[in-house]
Design a protein around this ligand. Sequence first.
Ligand code: PLP
Ligand code: COI
Length: 340
Amino acid sequence: MEKKAIDWSNLGFSYMETEKRFVSNYKDGKWDAGLLTDNANVVINECAGVLQYAQTCFEGLKAYTTEDGHIVMFRPDLNAKRMADSAKRLMMPAFPEERFLEAVHKVVEANKAFVPPYGSGATLYIRPYMFGSNPVIGVKPADEYQFRVFTTPVGPYFKGGAKPITIRVCDYDRAAPHGTGHVKAGLNYAMSLYAIMEAHSQGYDENMYLDAATRTKVEETGGANFIFITKDQKLVTPKSSTILPSITRRSLMYVAEHYLGMEVEEREVYFDEVKEFAECGLCGTAAVISPVGKVVDHGKEICFPSGMDEMGPVTKKLYDTLTGIQMGHIEAPEGWIHRV
Ligand code: PLP
Ligand code: COI
């Protein structure tokens, strides 16, 4: 199979239309068989539930080319499960988890020519999503839904790749106690746009959100969870019921403990403690692990000892082990790697 003529090493995190996408519709209480289509456009009624009341959720995962030339996906079963959880919270019918797995396999298979080659630094991002598709004008769940999966080749989420970024403590909240912060609802991202544009205009790469109830604890950013490394090399990561349960983070906690012999603590992290950590990173499918060099709290700077030039040494070990597992040169725990 011929790869597309794409400058893989210079891709950013942006959309490029690929050849095929999967579509299935839910009507009269059931999902249809679904199919692969060439048509990248969605046509829905002007009053569709998603357009009026944002009834939509999504997922994000990646396909990788391994060193020996296979195409694999990383833990897609956890995305299937999380999407079912998101759907439930938003009063949408879950797309069956087995069928989710089949659909992502099919779409990656059909777009093999767009899976970036091993060593290029790029990957194929997979975006499953669903939305209320029939007219809804009173505030209630739709009766009809569409589930889709498309793919797009991507490079690093932050320009500069592994260069440490600078973030600010954000005055806006991301998620309310007992709200929707723990699911991947489109609405969580719509409401973060004002805050991210404001951060960018002030020269910051991202926002650090604090807990909305007390504004004393670290939550996450708009699109990734936090990991911190203590001076004695423990991995510390915030425990909260209002952050997205990151699959990358769950994997890193396992890797830290079982591959690197580190102690791991998932616990509440007070903002006041942040200045004591040796290293800080953002983790997620898109972010992989993006090192944070500096956190600015209303003009007060916290500079991590790892500096602004490169990833801290422990973060680097975590990064190398995780990406080694994803790219197939480090043996993966049972069930983590799904070959396409
Ligand atoms: N937190 C938020 C708000 C996200 O959007 C994402 C991305 O999916 C993550 C964390 C990281 O989750 P994962 O590692 O499953 O991609
Ligand atoms: C992902 O990491 O897959 C996400 O969905 C985060 C998004 C901000 C791109």
